[in-house]
Structures are given as structure tokens and as C-alpha cells.
Design a protein around this ligand. Structure first.
Ligand code: S3P
Length: 449
């Protein structure tokens, strides 16, 4: 089996964002990335036909979809956001005839390593140059305790080679609050002999637990303890994917920092393990309201209204860190516009995301003239205050989608245009971002350089 199936990578998409403006109107941001990945995985392993609405047609979740097609699962995409998965059952996947290419997607790689560890066939997981720098021992080590046969590259990196193995249950206290590690082990545990018991050090997103239960697979959750027995099966069904709160976060910040903004975000997932960004922004003085709350596909959902409100700096409570883990780039922009200092600690995980998000954001804030101090596990940011302005200039997003989208929002309060380099990966999580922001008040143009 070869590893060299990687498509060409492009690093040349540039955003030019004009200064000023405010956000208004109604938007529906694309579907939740975490839930979209999981819908393909569990739908593929289920018995019967699973239908998905609101699927995120971003590159990351499409990598997961392609990986399952490569393992013989028939998956149809009849129209935008709709996916029909012909589940093959727990033992129905076929050996792929090439390495599974997972692009930029850490979620695909970490979850698939668990799902594939207990199969009867070998597989290889590979990805782009950013994914090839991200730590994989966090999944290989506990999987090896279950009997998995995984080989990583030097330094604990991908490609990951997986050989067939018989797995057994483990009792495992997770060293970090990572939903990817937790989900990887839950997926492996379905193939393991006995009952696996996981302990999470702090609550982190629980979409896998919820979706397993939705597919009729028993998972027992008791505070920080999760138990699951191997040997069960999944019943196909329907999944309604809410809009991704991580994508909504850019708009929550953009509207909060720009005077005159009044924006409605429709059908946003407000799972309690994901709403750190709302909790933190409200603690800073943001005006965010739930207009209508309901449940869709086993997940709490709401329409959100966000209006401009002057923000103040805060010390961010550490228990909010796992609940807002993907939203810190956007929150740093909110902090840069707030009155006073915002202090973040206990967030060293940000250093191993699609980029080192503490350093990449700090470099961008420096371009905008925002005073800050970088810490090993966080940052202190001195905001310019409601009457102040951010600077302007050219910022490298280093191929990190969330950095590019966060600094797009910063332009709302900048003194001049912001040019953002290496924006191609916005398409991993937010297809249509530039069209949508232009529709609600930002002036963004894009070109290749
Ligand atoms: C995710 C978990 C988080 C998050 C990532 C998606 C998931 O990663 O940052 O974007 O879908 O399980 P960690 O598990 O590394 O915190």
C-alpha cells in the first residue's frame, strides 16, 4: 500500500478586507464539522440507510466521506447538505487499496485510527503538511494498551500504519480533555472484548456519545466517567446537523466589536460542551440572546441574536477552555477590542492545532499594534477599548482556517485594510465564507497570488 496519494497543496489564496463596517441581517452558517464527521463514520458502520441533512460540505468532512467510499461504503450526495449512507454494518468495511488521505483534518485521522484499529484489514492514514506535524501519540498510546498494532513516524507523527488486531477493553484516565482522543477510544472500544472505561479530566464535546446513543449503541455516562461495551451494533437513522457554533463564533465576535451591528444566526448548535465562546463573550459584556431553543438530532439548537456591545477584558475561567477550544483565535480579536486586559491560561492545547494558535495570533496582533504577552499556556492581551482602533497590514494565517476568519473580523475595527495570506484552508470548515461575510457587511475580496 502506498502513502503517496496526496493531492497538490495550494498556499496562495489572499483575502483583502477593507476597514470598518458592521454586521447585520440573518445568516445560517454551514453545518457542524464534528457532527458531520461522526455522521459519516457511524452511518457507514450502521445496519441500513442513514440520511443526513445539513452536512458540512467542507474539505475536512469530505475527506472523511471519501475515506469511507475508499472502504467500499456507498455514499450519495443528492443535493447540497444532503447525504445518504448505505451502512455496511460493524464488520462490513472493505480493505482500502490505497492510503486514506485525510487532508488537513485532525478529527478524521484521530477518530479513524480508533475505528480502524480493530478491523480485520490493514490501512494507512495520511494527510497534508499541516496534519503531518500534529501529535498522534495521544491516540496511538492508549490504542496500543487495547492491543492495537499502530506504527507512527518518528516523533509520533503520521502517516499511521494500522495492522489488524484483536482489541480488549481498557480503563483509561485521559491525560488531556480531548474529544478526539475520547472519540477515538470509544470507536475502538466498540470492537474490543469487554467494557472500556474512560475518565475525562474536564468535560469536552460529547457528540460521539450522543450520536452513539442515537444509533442505539449503549454508552453509560456518569459525570467524568464513560463506559462502553464492545460487540454491539448501530441502527441507521436520520441526522439533522445544526450549524457549527465554531463558524458562528466569528460572527458573534464581529457583531460584538462593531458599533451598529445587529445580526441573527439561525439553527446554531448550543450543546453545553461547545458554548464556551458564548459564556466568555457574555462575561466580557457581549449582548447575545437565544431567540428560540429546540432540539434537532439529539443536539440542542437555537437561533442567536447578537448586537454590538462594548466589551471589557476578563480573566478567562480555565473550565471554559475545552468548551471554547476552537474559538480562541476569534476570542483574541474580541480581547483586542475590549477595554482592559484579557488573560488566558491553561490553553497549551492551542499550540498543537492547525497552527500554533497562540503564536500565530500573537504575530497577527503585533501587526495590528495590539499589546500582548505570550505565555507557554496562554496569552495576555491589552485591548484598545471601544473608542480605540486596531492597526492594519499583512498577516500570514499559516494555512490555519480559523486564523484567517478571525482576522477578517478584526478588519471591522481596523484603521486600514487587512491583507491575509494563505487562506485556502478556510474551505476546510467554512465553504462560502467570503460570500457570506460580504452579504452581512464586510468588504472582502479574494485573489490568488
Ligand atoms: C474535535 C475536537 C477538538 C477540536 C477539533 C474537533 C472533534 O480537538 O479542536 O476541531 O471533533 O472531536 P481536540 O480533541 O484535540 O481538543
Amino acid at each position: 500500500m502506498t502513502d503517496n496519494s496526496q493531492p497538490q497543496e495550494h498556499h496562495d489564496l489572499v483575502y483583502e478586507v477593507q476597514a470598518g463596517g458592521s454586521l447585520g441581517g440573518e445568516v445560517r452558517v454551514p453545518g457542524d464539522k464534528s457532527i458531520s464527521h461522526r455522521s459519516i463514520m457511524l452511518g457507514s458502520l450502521a445496519d441500513g440507510l442513514t440520511t443526513v441533512d445539513g452536512f458540512l460540505e467542507g474539505e475536512d468532512s469530505l475527506c472523511t466521506l471519501q475515506a469511507f467510499r475508499d472502504m467500499g461504503v456507498q455514499i450519495e450526495r443528492p443535493s447540497a447538505g444532503k447525504v445518504v449512507i448505505h451502512g455496511v454494518g460493524m464488520r462490513g468495511l472493505k480493505a482500502p487499496n490505497k492510503a486514506l488521505y485525510l487532508g488537513n483534518s485532525g478529527t478524521s485521522m484521530r477518530l479513524l485510527s480508533g475505528l480502524l484499529a480493530g478491523q480485520y484489514f490493514a490501512s494507512v492514514l495520511t494527510g497534508d503538511s499541516s496534519l503531518a506535524k500534529r501529535p498522534m501519540k495521544r491516540v496511538s498510546e492508549p490504542l496500543k494498551l487495547m492491543g492495537a498494532k499502530l506504527t507512527l513516524q518518528a516523533g509520533g507523527l503520521c502517516p499511521i500504519h494500522i495492522d489488524p488486531a484483536s482489541l480488549h477493553a481498557i480503563d483509561y484516565a485521559m491525560p488531556m480533555a480531548s474529544a478526539q482522543v475520547k472519540s477515538c477510544l470509544l470507536l475502538a472500544a466498540m470492537y474490543a472484548e469487554g467494557e472500556t472505561r474512560l475518565l475525562e479530566p474536564a468535560p469536552c464535546r460529547d457528540h460521539t456519545e450522543r450520536m452513539l446513543q442515537g444509533f442505539g449503541y449503549p454508552v453509560k455516562v456518569n459525570a467524568s466517567e464513560i463506559r462502553i461495551k464492545g460487540g454491539g451494533s448501530l441502527k441507521a437513522g436520520h441526522i439533522d446537523v445544526p450549524s457549527d457554533i465554531s463558524s458562528a463564533a466569528f460572527f458573534l465576535v464581529g457583531a460584538s466589536i462593531s458599533p451598529g451591528s445587529d445580526l441573527i444566526l439561525r439553527h446554531v448548535g448550543i450543546n453545553p460542551t461547545r458554548i464556551g465562546v458564548i459564556n466568555i463573550l457574555r462575561a466580557m459584556g457581549a449582548d447575545i440572546r437565544y431567540l428560540r431553543e429546540y432540539v434537532a438530532g439529539g443536539e440542542p439548537v437555537a437561533d442567536l441574536q447578537v448586537r454590538y456591545s462594548p466589551l471589557r477584558g476578563i480573566r478567562i475561567a480555565e473550565d471554559q477552555v475545552p468548551l471554547a477550544i476552537d474559538e480562541f483565535p476569534a476570542l483574541f480579536v474580541a480581547a483586542a477590542c475590549a477595554e482592559g486586559t484579557t488573560i488566558l491560561s491553561g490553553a497549551e492545547e492551542l499550540r498543537v492545532k492547525e497552527s500554533d494558535r497562540i503564536q500565530t495570533m500573537a504575530d497577527g496582533l503585533a501587526v495590528l499594534g495590539v499589546n500582548h504577552q505570550v505565555k507557554p499556556d496562554g496569552i495576555e492581551i491589552q485591548g484598545v477599548g471601544p473608542a480605540g482602533k486596531l492597526g492594519s497590514g499583512t498577516i500570514n494565517s499559516h494555512g490555519d482556517h480559523r486564523i484567517a476568519m478571525s482576522f477578517t473580523m478584526a478588519a471591522l475595527r481596523a484603521s486600514g485594510a487587512i491583507k491575509l495570506l494563505d487562506c485556502n484552508n478556510v474551505a476546510t470548515s467554512f465553504p462560502g465564507f467570503s460570500e457570506l461575510v460580504n452579504r452581512c457587511g464586510i468588504r472582502l475580496s479574494q485573489h490568488n497570488e
